[in-house]
Design a protein around this ligand. Structure first.
Ligand SMILES: [Ca+2]
Ligand SMILES: [Ca+2]
Length: 224
């Protein structure tokens, strides 16, 4: 109950609207969860902003005896309390409520879910598509903090080639992360060497190399 007492006043500080009309947005999702499936023990400091909103929505609904489930739209901020269980929980919503994505690690300080896939090598396009099916993208290592955390993972193996989310496909020799940031540092010795069709980026021995997008490599995704 302490968590509920701490968190419920925040309902009035953020733009969550309880209503029964679903909004639509091209980058939004409806998250669905039955109320008794929610883990209420997480403190706000452990949650990303979106996750916090989701939990507040669910806890707000669970305070009403009639409500058995909730949906939350992260694009419109709409929280819908449902009067009966749906009998179904969206896989993605369920993962968010519980902060656990299958195969993903969570760095609370960086508010970052990342997954390192070492046993299902793919081309860069296949890897990007795979990450997309998880509502994510190839990992963006655009800060030293993220690079250091990533290369410090217990599963990280320095000698492998791991696709990350940057290419120079738009402008040759100008590498850009998928979030728009430029990639200019932490290159491996003599890389990028711009050999033939090397337009994609992999991490190798904790530094970046340009590599053919058609190479079959390990890869890492992040949830966005
Ligand atoms: Ca290139
Ligand atoms: Ca190269």
């Amino acid at each position: 109950m302490d968590f509920i007492r701490k968190i419920l006043p925040m309902v009035y500080l953020i733009n969550i609207r309880y209503q029964h009309v679903r909004g639509t947005s091209s980058r939004s999702f409806d998250w669905l969860q039955d109320v008794d499936g929610a883990d209420r023990s997480y403190g706000p400091s452990l949650l990303t902003t979106t996750e916090l909103y989701l939990v507040i929505c669910l806890l707000g609904c669970s305070n009403t005896a009639k409500c058995k489930a909730a949906t939350y739209n992260n694009g419109t901020g709409e929280c819908n309390c449902l009067e009966r269980k749906t009998g179904m929980t969206s896989q993605l919503g369920n993962r968010l409520w519980n902060r656990h994505f299958d195969g993903f690690l969570y760095n609370a300080q960086l508010e970052w879910h990342i997954g390192l896939f070492l046993n299902i090598q793919k081309t860069q396009a296949e890897a990007e598509s795979f990450c997309g099916t998880l509502e994510g993208r190839l990992v963006v290592l655009d800060t030293d903090e993220k690079l250091n955390y990533f290369t410090g993972l217990s599963d990280y193996q320095a000698g492998r080639f791991i696709f990350v989310g940057s290419t120079d496909e738009e402008t040759e020799r100008s590498f850009v992360w998928s979030n728009g940031a430029n990639l200019t540092t932490n290159w491996y010795t003599n890389e990028p060497n711009h050999y033939r069709d090397e337009n994609c980026v992999a991490i190798y021995h904790s530094a970046f190399i340009d590599i053919s997008c058609a190479s079959i490599c390990d890869f890492a995704c992040e949830i966005v």
